[in-house]
Design a binder for this molecule. Structure first.
Ligand code: PXP
Length: 263
């Protein structure tokens, strides 16, 4: 039986550590627990502002991980040089704005086509396969292929926000997503449309020879929708797993996600 690859993003362990600028919780302990409890891949994002993962973390994780490392990075010259030296199993190019709380949209593969194409060449020269984190549109799939990527990661943020606004207490919280404060029937329609976009993009990407991953905002309640899409072979999940681990421990949080993502 084929298995969905689960990439566990451990950035949030470093977020907690950096909140106090101490050495606790230990990111390496998170790595070992993840590797021994069902993570097929470790995903980390070396951000330009180093708000969570530090250079030394990336280096140590590369040296100690028993599963492949997917290193997310911006199309920035200095960061790309670091990534080429680290030689992760894959680099995922993501957009990055300093003011954003997290990666809020896919990479604009049209406006930045030259820079992306150059970054892909540089990574390929270092024998690093490349994935592009893009919005789920047919145009973005075609352009990603054109630019030379091996893989796309479909940004599931819109889907996840709509799902949460419809099915959780999010609209009644301080973190309600303003643009989705809509009547429930409208949220339902949009949620269906966002899923269609993900399905159609995954199918199309697969048909033109791209591997397909998905990620952002996936959690224990919405991940079943991704499991219905045959072409998606990998999910990268961070926040929900680390959040759950506060109550259950990281091992149990990963095992539970593993159960939900077993094909
Ligand atoms: N995939 C990519 C490319 C990301 O940038 C992120 C967030 O860092 C994730 C997956 C994980 O998203 P989340 O933390 O919402 O699960």
């Amino acid at each position: 039986m084929s298995k969905m690859r689960l990439g566990v993003n451990i950035d949030h362990v470093a977020v907690l550590r950096e909140a106090r600028r101490v050495n606790d919780p230990d990111i390496m302990q998170a790595l070992y627990v993840a590797c021994s409890n069902g993570a097929d891949q470790i995903t980390i994002h070396l951000r330009e502002d180093r708000r969570h993962i530090q250079d030394i973390d990336a280096k140590n994780i590369m040296r100690a991980s028993s599963v492949p490392v997917n290193l997310e990075c911006a199309i920035d010259r200095d960061i790309l040089n670091i990534v080429c030296n680290l030689k992760p199993h894959r680099a995922t190019l993501v957009p990055e704005k300093r003011e954003e709380v997290t990666t809020e949209g896919g990479l604009d593969v049209f406006t930045y086509e030259e820079r992306i194409s150059y970054a892909i060449e540089q990574l390929h020269d270092s024998i690093i396969p490349v994935s592009l984190f893009v919005d789920p549109t047919i145009e973005a799939m075609n352009q990603s292929k054109e630019l030379g990527a091996e893989m796309v990661e479909l940004h599931t943020g819109t889907f996840a926000n709509l799902f949460n606004m419809l099915n959780s207490s999010l609209p009644y919280s301080n973190h309600s997503v303003k643009e989705f404060e809509l009547p429930r029937y409208e949220l339902s329609d949009r949620l269906e449309k966002s899923l269609e976009n993900i399905k159609n993009s995954a199918k199309h990407a697969n048909s033109i020879g791209l591997e397909v991953a998905a990620g952002h905002g996936l959690n224990y309640h919405n991940v079943h929708e991704m499991m219905k899409i045959e072409e998606i072979i990998e999910l990268n999940i961070g926040q929900s797993i680390i959040a759950r681990s506060v109550f259950t421990g990281l091992a149990e949080a990963i095992k539970e996600m593993r159960r939900l993502t077993a094909k």
